[in-house]
Each structure stands twice: as C-alpha cells, then as structure tokens.
Design a protein. Structure first.
Length: 425
C-alpha cells in the first residue's frame, strides 16, 4: 500500500456501512470488485445494487445489499441503516423469527473468505467489538449476541467491503473529522431509544463528536461507529492536500442537508508543518555505537539526524546529537535516544519547518529494476535526487560504481520530469 496517500472520513451527516461503501466507489474503488464481493464471502445469491443519486443537490453513490428475493435491510422513518443485533433466545430476536447468526458464525465467514490478513484482522475485530458492546448493554456474553439473517449478511458485506475498499484504493492510513450522531429517537426491538442508540454510544467512546447541525434522526449507526473504531486513527494531520473526494449516500433524502458521507483522499503537505527538535550531548559513548543509535532513532520516526564532534566540560571530546521529528513521534524518539545512547537528558524545542514541495517518481534501469527518485519543486524548477539505498542495491547488482548509477538515474529523472512539465503547459 502506498504510504504517501491517506483518507479522511468527513461524517458531518453521520456514517453507516452503506454510506462508506458508496463513498469508496465514488472516489474510485472498482465497481466490479464490490459486485463480486458477496460471492467471495459465500453469498452467491446476494446482489449489490449501485445507483447514482442526489442528496440535497450533491451527486452521490448509493449502495444497497439485496438478498435473494429482494430482501434488504432498508431504512425506516427513524433511521437509515441497521442496528438489528439480537440477544439470546426467541424473546430477544429482533425483526421477528427467522435464521440468525452469532459471533462465531460471522467470524467463520470472514476466516473462510479469500481476504488479506490486513482486511481479515480488522473485519473480525469489528464484529467482536459490536457483539461485545451489545452483550454488555444487555448483560449477556458476546457469543450470545446474534443478528437476524438479513442484517447479518448486510453487516458482513458492509464491514468487509468498507475495510477492503481502502485496500483496493491503496490506502492504509485513515483519519476522521468530528462525527455527527443525530438527534431524536430511534425505533428498536424493545421500543424507542434516544439517539445515539446505546451500542452506538459505547462504540463512539473516545471518538470526537461534532455538532449535529440540521441532522435529524439516527445519523451514525453501530456499523458506522465500529468502522471508525477499527479503521480511523483520529484527527487528520494539520497540513494536507486533497487529491480526490467522493460522496456515499444514506437511505433517507431530507430536503435541508445532504444525507451523505464525504471521503477525502489526501497527501501530506510536508512543506509547512510543526516539528520538534531534540538535542543532546554525550561524552562517554564510543563513536562506533553512533550508527546503531542513528538506525534506532530513524526507526522511531526521526525525519533528520545530525551528529557532530564537540568539546565538553573539562576539555573532554564529545558528540552533539540533534534530531528533527514530527510532534506525534517525539515521545518515541526521546525513548530511543535514552535507550540507545548514554545521555541523561534531552532538550526539546518545537519549531515550524518550511520545506519544498516534493514527490517521488520511479526510474527504470536498463538492466532491470528501478530506482526511486525524490523530486523537489524549487522556485527555479525541479531538483532530483536518487534514493541512496536503491542506488546502492542497483550498483551492487549491476557491478557498477554507485556514484555512476546515481548520475545516470538522476539524468534520466531530470529528462522525465522536464518532459512531464512541458506536457502540462
């Protein structure tokens, strides 16, 4: 998966599984992939209906999961997605009699399906969280919680599809803006309950809640809440650039606001960010251990590391170690400095870092393989620099001097960047 792009969920009108599936398709996930998903999950008779719809003037994609016979887990006047978990015996079966699936059944479906470990782990965790929270609310074990057949199939497709959809887009990092929960009351098996429903409220613990604005009814469903829990890493970075967006429609179509989930694809804006500078001086550490220290600090999240000789107290020779890192990684980097050096203290300064816009391209080698090249956009035009590790490995494989390979690659990169720039003019 590409580390340079990430996704931002914008649940200003809430989030549900079908809304997220629609947004994923709208932003570029393959339609054929989603249409084939039910058969891969062991539901060959289930159909995915995909429609282009409008929500308050916003063009959106609407996804509906249809069971054989046309059964759907459709919206009611109170809410636009399912929360149909059941608990134990017949007296707790929601939506009337019929086949039901328990947690073990749901996990078995996911474990039998041809899914990547990344998708399988998150899908299993989502259903485990759902059933655990439902069980706590009703005082029963998670294994006693069940979903009726229509809701179970709908939830499996929604959750597996939502997770795998990001994999289809090559996105591993997902963030979210504050989520709307809605207002009013929602109809459940035991009567009406205030929004958010009890299981939704539990699943949203620790997640930032935003203003509901004009949103009425149940905006965020249990499925939407659990997908936020297993996919999203909190608020997005302070600086980023949008590279695409899509909208996934909910079932209701109110006249006063778009009942839809926006999904934004973004890339880091590294040229304007807040960083932390960490520095320390050591005079009792052998120079041969500076390289292992550099490797450990880099692995902890350092953006840049500098080491230079200095003179300490009483004329002792020493080293100044200075590290620049993102604010989110400063604690980890400090821990690495304490663990892999002899320092007893680290100085920490927060600063603004301004850098040139950058991107990565790949240059193919005549003998096979390719080298990654960093392209910096300077006021005077692009500047290129071949990635050292790629050059070193290519030089060893080809039996050529590394400096010669680097010059050749950078010459090809400059020609490629220049031709691309001219093509856009």
């Amino acid at each position: 998966m590409a580390p340079t792009r990430f996704a931002i969920l914008d649940p200003a009108a809430g989030i549900s599984g079908d809304m997220l599936l629609g947004a994923l398709l709208d932003v570029g996930a393959p339609r054929a992939w989603l249409e084939a998903l039910p058969a891969r999950l062991g539901f060959p008779g289930v159909r995915i209906r995909i429609e282009a719809v409008s929500r308050c003037g916003v063009a959106c994609t609407k996804v509906t999961v249809e069971l054989p016979g046309g059964q759907v887990e459709g919206p009611s006047e109170s809410y636009h997605a399912h929360h149909d978990h059941t608990h134990g015996g017949p007296e707790h079966q929601h939506h009337g009699p019929g086949a039901h699936r328990h947690l073990r059944d749901l996990v078995d479906v996911i474990e039998r399906a041809p899914l990547s470990p990344w998708v399988r782990e998150r899908a299993v965790r989502a259903f485990t969280l759902l059933c655990e929270e439902e069980g706590r609310i009703h005082g029963v074990p998670a294994d006693a919680v069940a979903l009726h057949e229509v809701g179970a199939v709908d939830a499996i497709v929604d959750i597996v599809g939502a997770v795998e959809g990001f994999e289809q887009l090559g996105i591993a990092q997902v963030y979210h803006r504050p989520v709307a929960v809605g207002s009013g009351w929602v109809r459940a098996a035991h009567g009406v309950m205030p929004v958010p429903a009890p299981v939704t409220a539990r699943l949203l613990e620790g997640i930032e809640i935003g203003p509901d604005g004009p949103v009425e009814g149940e905006a965020t469903t249990p499925t939407g809440a659990v997908l936020l829990r297993v996919l999203a890493a909190g608020a997005p970075p302070t600086h980023w650039r949008g590279v695409g967006s899509g909208w996934g429609a909910g079932g209701r179509d109110p006249a006063t606001y778009p009942n839809a989930l926006r999904l934004i694809l973004a890339s880091p804006a590294q040229e304007a960010e807040e960083v932390v500078t960490l520095s320390t001086d050591v005079d009792d550490m052998s120079p041969e251990y500076l390289e292992p220290l550099r490797e450990a600090v880099s692995a902890a999240g350092a953006l840049d590391i500098q080491v230079w000789a200095t003179q300490m107290k009483k004329g002792r020779p020493g080293f100044r170690i200075e590290v620049i890192c993102d604010t989110a990684f400063s604690d980890r980097v400090i821990e690495a400095l304490f663990l892999h050096s002899t320092t007893a203290g680290v100085r920490r300064t927060v600063a603004a870092r301004v850098t040139l816009p950058r991107r990565m391209i790949a240059v193919a080698l005549a003998g096979g393989g390719e080298v990654a090249v960093k392209v910096l956009e300077t006021p005077g035009g692009p500047r290129v620099k071949a990635e050292y590790e790629d050059v070193r490995q290519a030089a060893r494989r080809m039996g050529r001097p590394a400096l010669e390979v680097a010059r050749e690659v950078e010459h090809a990169a400059r020609a490629l960047v220049t031709s691309t720039t001219r093509g856009r003019e």
